[in-house]
Design a protein around this ligand. Structure first.
Ligand SMILES: *Cc1c(COP(=O)(O)O)cnc(C)c1O
Length: 711
């Protein structure tokens, strides 16, 4: 492996022979010392590569590498990082082996349609993907024996461009596979492994790639290859294709093609974890193999159920795929007999009793065929029980067997390095090893206010600089209009109280709620001594015109002098921009229409960095809000429906009466003591409880352990 990688970098000096290994394992991305190793080689090249070490190593002039190979200090740093990396990757024991069980050779396969791992790998649309990415990273840290399957979306990048009239356009960018931190999976002859997906005629072939996420391998399926006709090639081009038949084909490739790929690679799994319903056809393959070995459908499905974990992620009905029976017939008529089922019995597996003629519902199917299933916050668990109670007609709503595991974020990935240094100093050097323990975080109280404030202000400046530089580049390179330069945030002021709002522009997220009553908003923005500014970012789905209209409305406020230059819309929300925002604003705002936010995770990322959350009571915030770590509103009961006016009213009230006075109440040294108490409480209360560490431990002890024992 090491030699194979070295061939790709023929000019690499011998002293730095380990760099490719490190570049091809995303482990570097959540270990600051490893990140530094690449950055130190050449800061400008690092930035220009989009923080992609594979690309950077390919493009660096020979002289730079030779210089580093002679630099004693660099070599010292290099040796320390490589030694630690190799030790950690090789280690056979960790939390899972020591505190949970000896699983022997048994493993868990995690299937998801998207993964948010790093901005150099555009295989995500939003929260679901980041949740999956953080899950893999944490499984690596805890040594949970898990590997993963997903898609390589060659056109996954939808670079968002905002026209001068505020309308969103998408520029497709094709991923340069050879410059991305992904490797081909090879067959016995040294060619890339190709797998033929059963069922589909004419045949669909997928090529296989691998991403190393610490100790966890992620296998990616790619249909964009010469062997396929154009319709088949485009199956994995984009995430979540709108056309229903292509969408079905996509899910067949993921679930059934993914399982086939594992068999051909000889990668066995004992337990299956489905992240949302998209990959649920993987269940069918597990049953089919058992039936092929002689089991009845009942025996096979009982064994599969006991070893299947399914996580549902959304209360929004459109988020659950339903395929017409005619389409199911087209693709599955040869499959029914292989399971020992009639057509009716097969289709019945996916019927939602509340709407039996709608088609084959992937969530209903996954719920029926898994023993362990959960929503992603306590509230979402309740909503999911109500939503799916018709599957358990003889049970009361509260007894419907859907529980919840509240989401969490991978702390080493989302904590800002400067904050990490601060924590190293005051929480003790081992805090990261134990970061789901609330006790450790109490030590945040020992951080002097001045130091925390200084670090925060530095991050705020960094955010403002980043925004300005992005816009400057667009101005110089692309000649964007002066209007867009203003809208993009160039006249923002880093000394002003800054609220951040960034997420997908789905309509239920109500990005424009704060513009509901301009007579209330304007005085907040234009206040001479205590102004407020708001930074927006986010992409609308390319087919979602309603979402694009909301975005356009916000853009129009950003260029309206009546808003005092205090509103900005920053283009192209991605993992990198998210990092700057969640580190550098003062308040993180969230106001979806309850109960449609299953969990939400960006607020957790902000909270870990000391950014208090201002959110409607929905998703994780119902559990996270303690009264002194942020602000909660929209608590009243009542039907969802038209509540915008009342919600906006409460939102203004909190900003006017609570947030602004607290933020601007500074002592003689310019330190807002009361505000810093909220910042500290945010970290103390949220970091341990909403860490991916707590989350993965829950999945493991509540589901994986039982499922592994049931094999
Ligand atoms: C964390 C994250 C999300 C999900 O955040 P929500 O709070 O669920 O909206 C979406 N996009 C990016 C880039 C993220 O980092």
């Amino acid at each position: 492996m090491v030699d194979e990688l070295r061939i790709r970098f023929p000019n690499l000096p011998e002293q730095l022979a380990g760099l490719p290994e490190l570049a091809y394992n995303l482990w570097w991305s959540w270990n600051p010392q490893a990140r530094m190793l690449f950055k130190k080689l050449d800061r400008v090249a690092w930035k220009e590569s989009g923080h992609n070490p594979v690309r950077m190593l390919k493009e660096l002039p020979q002289g730079v590498l030779e210089h580093a190979a002679r630099d004693a200090e660099y070599l010292h740093h290099y040796n320390a990082v490589i030694a630690r990396y190799r030790r950690e990757i090789a280690s056979r024991s960790g939390w899972f082996q020591e505190d949970v069980m000896d699983a022997g050779e048994k493993t868990i396969a995690y299937f998801s349609a998207e993964y948010g791992l790093h901005h150099s790998l555009p295989f995500y649309a939003g929260g679901l993907g980041f949740l999956a990415g953080d899950h893999l990273k944490e499984c690596s840290d805890l040594r949970v024996p898990l590997f993963a399957v997903g898609f390589m979306y060659p056109e996954g990048y939808l670079r968002q461009r905002i026209r001068s009239d505020g309308w969103q356009e998408n520029v497709d960018e094709v991923l340069v596979r050879d410059a991305a931190p992904i490797l081909r999976v090879l067959d016995g002859t040294g060619e890339q492994l190709l797998v033929k997906v059963p069922l589909i005629e004419p045949a669909v072939h997928v090529a296989l790639w691998k991403v190393s996420v610490g100790r966890v391998s992620l296998y990616l399926l790619d249909t964009d290859i010469d062997e396929n006709d154009p319709w088949n090639r485009s199956i994995s081009a984009h995430l979540y294709i709108g056309d229903i038949e292509q969408r079905l084909r996509q899910e067949i490739v993921l679930g059934i093609g993914g399982s086939e790929a594992l068999s051909i690679m000889g990668v066995a799994h004992s337990v299956l974890h489905l992240n949302e319903g998209h990959p649920a056809f993987a269940i069918l393959e597990r049953i089919r193999m058992r039936v092929a070995e002689g089991a009845t459908f009942e025996e096979a499905s009982a064994a599969v159920r006991a070893t299947t974990v399914f996580t549902t992620h959304t209360p929004v009905p459109a988020g659950h795929d339903v395929f017409p029976f005619t389409l199911m017939d087209k693709y599955f008529s040869k499959y029914y007999p292989l399971l020992g089922l009639s057509r009716e019995a097969f289709l019945q597996l996916g019927v939602h009793p509340a709407e039996p003629s709608a088609g084959f519902n992937m969530t209903a199917f996954a719920l029926r065929m898994s023993t362990h299933h959960n929503g992603v916050s306590i509230r979402h668990g309740e909503v999911a029980r109500r939503m799916w109670m018709s599957l358990w007609p003889d049970r009361k709503e509260e007894d419907v067997p859907i529980s919840s595991v509240t989401n969490g974020v991978h702390v080493p990935s989302w904590i800002e390095p400067k904050m990490e240094l601060l924590f190293n100093r005051y929480l003790g050097p081992g805090w990261l090893d134990d970061h789901d323990s609330p006790v450790i975080w109490e030590l945040v109280n020992d951080i002097p206010d001045e130091e925390l404030w200084k670090a925060h202000f530095w991050l705020k400046m960094k955010l403002h600089n980043f925004i300005r530089e992005q816009v400057r580049k667009r101005w110089v390179d692309d000649r964007i209009s002066a209007t867009n330069v203003v809208a993009g945030g160039t006249i923002l002021d880093p000394t002003t109280l800054t609220i951040g709002f960034a997420r997908r522009f789905a309509t239920y997220k109500r990005a424009d709620l704060i513009f509901r009553d301009l007579e209330r908003l304007r005085p907040l923005l234009s206040n001479r001594w205590q102004p407020v500014q708001i930074i927006f970012a986010g992409k609308a789905h390319p087919a979602d015109d309603a979402g694009k209209r909301i975005l356009q409305k916000i853009f129009s406020f950003a260029i309206d002098p009546g808003m005092s230059g205090r509103i900005a819309f920053v283009e192209n929300y991605d993992e990198q921009l998210a990092q700057y925002l969640i580190h550098g604003v003062d308040v993180w705002m969230n106001n979806p229409l309850p109960p449609l936010e299953a969990s939400g995770t960006s607020g957790m990322k902000a909270a870990v960095n000391g950014i208090p959350h201002l959110s409607i009571a929905d998703g994780w915030w119902i559990e996270g809000f303690t009264g002194d770590n942020g602000w909660s509103f929209g608590l009243r009961d009542g039907p969802p429906g038209d509540r915008d006016g009342a919600d906006a009213d409460e939102l203004y009230g909190i900003i006017e009466k609570k947030i602004v006075p607290l933020y601007y109440d500074v002592d003689e040294n310019g330190i807002p003591r009361g505000w810093i108490r909220f910042m500290k409480k945010s970290i103390i209360n949220c970091a341990p409880r909403f860490s991916a560490r707590r989350m993965v431990k829950e999945y493991t002890t509540r589901f994986y352990q039982a499922a592994l024992k049931a094999v």
